[in-house]
Design a protein around this ligand. Structure first.
Ligand SMILES: *[C@@H]1O[C@H](CO)[C@@H](O)[C@H](O)[C@H]1NC(C)=O
Ligand SMILES: *[C@@H]1O[C@H](CO)[C@@H](O)[C@H](O)[C@H]1NC(C)=O
Ligand SMILES: *[C@@H]1O[C@H](CO)[C@@H](O)[C@H](O)[C@H]1NC(C)=O
Ligand SMILES: *[C@@H]1O[C@H](CO)[C@@H](O)[C@H](O)[C@H]1NC(C)=O
Ligand SMILES: *[C@@H]1O[C@H](CO)[C@@H](O)[C@H](O)[C@H]1NC(C)=O
Ligand SMILES: *[C@@H]1O[C@H](CO)[C@@H](O)[C@H](O)[C@H]1NC(C)=O
Ligand SMILES: *[C@@H]1O[C@H](CO)[C@@H](O)[C@H](O)[C@H]1NC(C)=O
Ligand SMILES: *[C@@H]1O[C@H](CO)[C@@H](O)[C@H](O)[C@H]1NC(C)=O
Ligand SMILES: *[C@@H]1O[C@H](CO)[C@@H](O)[C@H](O)[C@H]1NC(C)=O
Length: 772
């Protein structure tokens, strides 16, 4: 058993949360092996994510890589993304030798493994320089210790520094222009530097955007500004003694110190450099130390995120590390940029860095709702405000720009989930529904993305013309099959909100449209013993032959995006009864599910497969759900740098394993939660307003995880699902008895299939090709 450290008396934590939960958070989890998590310093929803940028010759998505040379330490990053890097801007780079030409890309080796913990990051450079970092929401603190032998230590501020891409797909970010002023005191000593950098492109193909900065050093320095283009062979040629440099070629300054200890406070803003100065002055005082900021970060992470899930079961530290590290990493983005939106003035909140709803709608946003309900409501409002001001909600968004949309308009699902679970507050649901109707009815302008020129990848539903005309999507459009199944889910989301708002006609219309995924079902596609899968349809309405276990290129222009036909063929989560019928009935459906695991078709590292192992709950085999989710979680996840099965995807992976540990799984857009098998003997989710969901298990162990029986709010339970109202709306209890052998306890009615059978009020539209 671990010794528990009590946080300082300054915290507002109640006694129940007095454990130092932050000690279980290992920020380097998932930062190698393609997980791409950000191991630097940040606060919940914070704009600043201060961390290292490393060069290895391949893309550094969060800036960090385990190998390679440091090229700078910068203030803005994403976490767990793929595609192509964003950000890595507002940088400083320490340098021990004379800086002969500032336009040479100064970079340095790593002398020791980085040190990471909540609120603190440390790098040791080959030169002997140590860099320690701390952060607040809109500012960061750098603490440099140069080797004692360094005679004139330097810090290079190169405004052109940005994370590059080596993918060769034209998705690399570019520095476009910069402006930097060194503000000097009467005796010529710099008091601060401020200015802005503008950049464009990156994974979401954004136009130029601007970040402002304002930096202070705690030591006097001499400085030289610079401006220029390519590195020159000459020395000092590009230096200038002017205090302002502004150019669309590279600008910056080199600060030279007499002290080998230098600390720097830097603020960022998206509205002005004066605001960047306000941000740093308000958040990091002259006398603040890294130790102060670390303590504040621990309190913020504990109060806002970690303390929402507590357990008395501290017997297995690895499990606690996985729990709290996953909560941490699913909460690095989005960022709350309220008050920092340069595009429009609004009384609504503004959130950015959504990467992406395609990844997040399946099980992350529903957990975000539970863990940070106040932020979640603001987040929903911000989505609607983006629609109000730009015409469409985002599927992904960063640097104030929508894009890229991989499948459907999945913000619809997020809104429906919030609506059916009672999120009201200050959300204008009439506007929210109008935003959803825009997605469902208005074809977005084609942004001619070279990855798929057939329709918009920026926002909305690019393949809507086919969906509206035929009730399926032809190969005229990229990703036609995977978009069709997602558009159906999006239409179901509209049905849900329309029903709640008593828009009866719309509710019926969108329920009918939500069944159109059935039109994309090719009854002749065969794999092994199984016939019938979602398949491509050519422009004249005929199915094209397709191997159910191949997605071809699996990319933007292909029939299926990033997952196999067989994976997508499980994704009609609102219409399960009908899906099971098309799949050949209950037994065949069970066999299909098993095949996903025996033949390694289930991909734990990508989202289209996320819900699949839970679908056993629809066919009376909850024991198989437990078996497969446990074995995936136990073998593919660990609180280690390589411990994620794929890209974190902005925390999507982490939220998946969290649900496995909690023993529940959400069906987004519905109030249903499918039941798994919890990992802790006792665990409480604090829902706010004094409401708790308490989950207990008895008899559980590493080899004893099958559900034997369940009581919900004290009542014996025979359904493999609960609803939001059962245990979340007002809190509740789930008491499991677990054991080593499977037992058929789930004899009650299966989870709802709201678009199926008698649950449906409409039949699918007639399509022109013959249907079985
Ligand atoms: C790193 O520095 C070396 C010189 O030491 C330079 O040749 C190289 O281009 C730099 N690399 C990067 C990625 O900045
Ligand atoms: C890394 O830095 C070292 C020391 O400055 C330099 O010799 C080496 O060329 C750099 N590596 C790359 C790939 O730039
Ligand atoms: C650059 O900054 C200086 C000092 O703040 C300002 O006077 C100048 O207008 C700025 N230039 C641009 C292009 O913004
Ligand atoms: C550093 O020391 C040198 C030599 O004593 C002096 O000329 C210079 O002004 C000092 N620089 C600062 C920033 O104090
Ligand atoms: C920087 O590190 C030194 C050495 O640990 C420490 O004494 C100093 O307080 C730190 N400065 C700040 C601003 O945290
Ligand atoms: C602790 O939890 C980890 C992760 O689930 C598991 O692999 C390990 O077997 C557990 N240890 C014990 C002693 O139960
Ligand atoms: C988001 O930021 C705004 C502006 O700073 C703040 O008022 C609001 O409380 C923040 N929201 C959350 C959930 O922290
Ligand atoms: C399925 O194959 C049969 C036999 O080749 C054919 O008659 C039928 O039209 C096909 N069905 C569809 C929907 O393509
Ligand atoms: C196909 O069905 C046969 C007969 O039921 C069975 O023996 C065989 O194992 C099945 N194959 C697969 C791959 O499921």
């Amino acid at each position: 058993m671990r010794t528990l450290k009590i946080l300082c008396a300054c915290t507002t934590l109640s006694a129940a949360f007095a454990q130092d939960l932050t000690s279980y958070v290992l920020p380097d989890t998932g930062d190698t092996n393609g997980g791409n998590t950000f191991p630097g310093v940040t606060l919940p929803l914070g704009i600043t994510k201060l961390g290292p940028d490393l060069y290895t010759g391949s893309d550094s998505y969060s800036g960090y890589q385990a190998t390679g040379n440091f090229t700078g330490f910068s203030m803005l990053h994403e976490s767990g993304t793929g595609g192509a890097p964003k950000y890595g801007v507002v940088s400083q780079m320490p340098w021990t030798k004379a800086v002969e030409n500032p336009l040479l890309d100064h970079n340095e080796t790593r002398a020791a493994t980085d040190v990471t913990r909540i609120g603190y990051y440390k790098a040791a450079l080959g030169s002997g320089t140590v860099v320690e970092l701390g952060a607040t929401k809109r500012a960061g603190l750098y603490n440099y210790t140069f080797p004692s032998t360094t005679t004139s230590p330097n810090i290079i501020v190169d405004v052109s520094h940005v994370l590059p891409s080596y993918r060769g797909q034209g998705l690399g970010q570019s520095y476009r222009r910069g402006n930097m002023t060194v503000v000097v005191s009467a005796d010529g000593i710099p008091t601060r530097y401020e200015g802005f950098g503008s950049y464009d492109n990156g994974w979401n193909r954004a136009p130029e955007w601007t970040v402002y900065f304002c930096g202070y050093f705690d030591q006097p320095s001499n400085f030289k500004t610079f401006q220029g283009t390519a590195p020159l062979a000459t020395t000092l040629a590009e230096y200038s003694t002017s205090t302002t440099v502004t150019s669309d070629s590279r600008v910056g300054a080199v600060f030279t110190f007499n002290s080998t200890r230098v600390a720097s406070r830097v603020g960022v803003s998206f509205t002005s450099s004066a605001q960047a100065c306000n941000n740093v002055e308000a958040e990091i005082k002259v006398e603040s130390t890294l130790a102060n900021l670390e303590e504040d970060a621990k309190v913020a992470w504990t109060n806002d995120v970690l303390s929402k899930v507590t357990t008395e079961d501290t017997s297995n530290v690895t499990q606690l590390q996985l729990l709290y590290t996953s909560l941490y990493h699913m909460s690095i983005i989005p960022t709350n940029k309220t008050g920092e939106n340069p595009l429009w003035t609004s009384s609504e909140p503004y959130y950015d860095d959504i990467f992406t709803f395609w990844d997040l709608f399946r099980c992350t946003t529903s957990l975000f709702h539970i863990i940070q309900p106040a932020a979640y409501e603001e987040f929903i409002r911000s989505l609607v405000d983006i629609w109000r001001n730009e015409g469409f909600m985002p599927d992904a968004r960063s640097s104030f720009w929508n894009g890229a949309t991989q499948g459907g308009s999945n913000a619809d699902n997020v809104l429906a989930d919030a609506y059916v679970k009672g999120v009201r507050g200050a959300v204008n649901w009439e506007d929210a529904y109008s935003a959803m109707v825009t997605d469902a009815e208005v074809v977005p302008a084609n942004n001619n993305d070279p990855r798929d020129k057939s329709s918009s990848t920026k926002e909305g539903r690019g393949a809507l013309p086919d969906w509206l005309e035929h009730g399926y999507i032809t190969t005229t459009y990229g990703r036609s099959v995977s978009r069709a199944i997602e558009y159906a889910g999006n239409d179901f989301a509209l049905h849900q909100v329309a029903s709640g708002l008593e828009k009866t006609e719309d509710a019926a219309k969108y329920l009918s449209r939500s069944q159109n995924w059935r039109n994309q079902w090719n009854p002749n596609m065969t794999h092994g013993n199984f016939t019938g899968f979602l398949g491509p349809i050519n422009p004249s309405g005929a199915f094209i032959n397709q191997d159910p276990v191949s997605c071809g290129g699996c990319y933007w222009g292909d029939y299926y995006y990033e997952a196999l036909p067989i994976e997508y063929s499980f994704n009609a989560h609102h219409d399960m009864e009908h899906l099971i019928e098309l799949s050949g009935g209950t037994d065949a459906f069970i066999q299909r599910l098993e095949l996903m695991f025996t033949d390694n078709l289930f991909n734990p590292g990508n989202e289209p497969s996320f819900t699949t192992p839970y679908l056993f709950n629809f066919v009376g085999r909850q024991d198989r759900t437990v078996y497969h989710t446990r074995s995936v979680a136990k073998t593919r996840y660990a609180p280690t740098p390589g411990g994620l099965p794929g890209n974190s995807d902005a925390g999507a992976m982490e939220s998946w394993v969290l649900w496995v540990m909690l023993g529940l799984y959400p069906l987004t857009g519905q109030t249903t939660f499918l039941i798994g098998s919890p990992w802790f003997s006792d665990l409480t989710i604090h829902l706010g307003g004094g409401r708790d969901l308490r989950i207990t298990t008895t008899g559980g162990g590493e080899d004893a995880y099958y559900v034997q029986s369940l009581r919900v709010n004290g009542q014996a339970w025979d359904k493999a699902w609960v609803s939001w109202d059962d245990v979340f709306a007002d809190g509740g209890t789930l008491d499991f008895v677990l054991g080593a052998e499977p037992v058929r306890w789930d004899t009650g009615p299966p989870p709802p299939s709201p678009a199926s059978g008698s649950g449906s009020t409409a039949s699918p539209r007639k399509v022109k090709r013959s249907r079985p």
